[in-house]
Design a protein around this ligand. Structure first.
Ligand code: ADP
Ligand code: MG
Length: 261
C-alpha cells in the first residue's frame, strides 16, 4: 500500500512564495492524479482564498483540527481542482500559539490528526512566516520540508535558523524529518541579481536546490484574485509550465506513487 507523504512548506520569511508553491504544486500533483490535501496553516488564509474557499465555507478550520475533536475528514473541503482538497484557515488561528501554550503534546496536535489521512495521500502544509508553534506542528507531522527561497538579496539569510529548527525537531520526536529541497522562486532572468542568488544557492546547497527555478510571472500573481491556481487560470503561462515541471521533479525526488483508482 502506498504511504502518505507529508511535506511542510516552510520559510520564516514572508513573501517568498510558500503559499503560491503550496497552491500550484498541490494543483499540479492533483492534476497528475495524486490524491492531494493542502493544510492551510497560516492565519492569513491565503491558500484558502487562493483556492476559492470563501469565508462562509470555512465552518471547520485548521484551528478546529488542532484544538478540537474534529477529524481531518470533517475539516476537508473540496476545491475546483479534482483530487485537491484543503483544510482552510481563518484569522482566529493567530491566537493558537497562546491558546495552545498549556496543551499537552502541543507540537504533536497536527501529527495526530494527519494519521487518519487516507493511504497514498500527499499532504502539503502551507506554513506561516514564523518558526513558532504552528510551523513546529507542521515539522513534527511532516516527513520532509520544502523551502521556497525568493531569488533576491538576503535569500540565504535565515536559512541556517530554519535548518536549526529542523535539527531540533529531529532530536525531539521526529528523527526521520528530511529537507526535501529548496525551490528558487520569483526569479527574474533579466536581473543579474537573480542569477547571482541562484549560483550562490547552488554552490552552497548543491543538489538540495531543485533544478527548476520558478520565474517571476504576472499570471502567477494574478491567479489568486481569480481564486484559482495559475495552472487553471492560465495553463499556458510560463509560471504554469514551471510549476508543472517542478511538480515532476518533486514527485520523482519523493518517489511518489499514484494510488490505483
Ligand atoms: P509567502 O506565502 O511565502 O508569504 P506568497 O506565495 O504569498 O509568499 O507570495 C508573495 C507574493 O508574491 C504574492 O503576492 C504572490 O502572488 C507573489 N508571487 C509568488 N510567486 C510569484 C511568481 N512566480 N511570480 C510573480 N509573483 C509571485
Ligand atoms: Mg503564505
Amino acid at each position: 500500500m502506498a504511504q502518505n507523504s507529508v511535506v511542510a512548506i516552510a520559510n520564516q520569511k514572508g513573501g517568498v512564495g510558500k503559499t503560491t508553491t503550496a497552491i500550484n504544486l498541490g494543483a499540479a500533483l492533483a492534476m497528475e492524479g495524486h490524491r492531494t490535501i493542502l493544510i492551510d496553516l497560516d492565519p492569513q488564509g491565503n491558500a484558502s482564498t487562493g483556492l476559492g474557499i470563501g469565508a462562509e465555507q470555512r465552518q471547520k478550520t485548521v484551528y478546529d483540527l488542532l484544538a478540537g475533536p474534529e477529524s481531518l475528514t470533517e475539516c476537508l473541503i473540496a476545491t475546483r481542482v479534482s483530487n485537491l482538497s484543503i483544510v482552510p484557515a481563518t484569522p482566529d488561528l493567530s491566537s493558537a500559539d497562546v491558546d495552545l501554550a498549556q496543551t499537552k503534546d502541543r507540537t504533536r496536535l497536527l501529527h495526530r490528526k494527519l494519521e487518519e489521512a487516507p493511504d497514498g495521500s500527499i499532504i502539503l502544509i502551507d506554513c506561516p512566516p514564523a518558526l513558532g508553534l504552528l510551523t513546529l506542528n507542521a515539522m513534527v507531522a511532516a516527513d520532509g520540508v520544502l523551502v521556497p527561497l525568493q531569488a533576491e538579496f538576503y535569500a540565504l539569510e535565515g536559512l541556517s535558523q530554519l535548518l536549526t529548527t529542523v535539527r531540533h525537531v529531529r532530536q525531539s520526536g521526529n528523527p526521520n524529518l528530511r529537507v526535501n529541497g529548496v525551490l528558487l522562486t520569483m526569479s527574474d532572468y533579466r536581473n543579474n541579481l537573480s542569477q547571482q542568488v541562484e549560483a550562490d544557492a547552488r554552490a552552497t546547497l548543491g543538489d538540495l536546490v531543485f533544478p527548476t527555478v520558478i520565474p517571476r510571472n504576472v499570471r502567477v500573481s494574478e491567479a489568486p484574485s481569480f481564486a484559482q491556481p495559475v495552472l487553471l487560470y492560465d495553463p499556458q503561462s510560463k509560471g504554469s509550465a514551471a510549476y508543472r515541471q517542478f511538480a515532476g521533479e518533486f514527485a520523482a525526488r519523493l518517489k511518489l506513487v499514484k494510488e490505483e483508482a
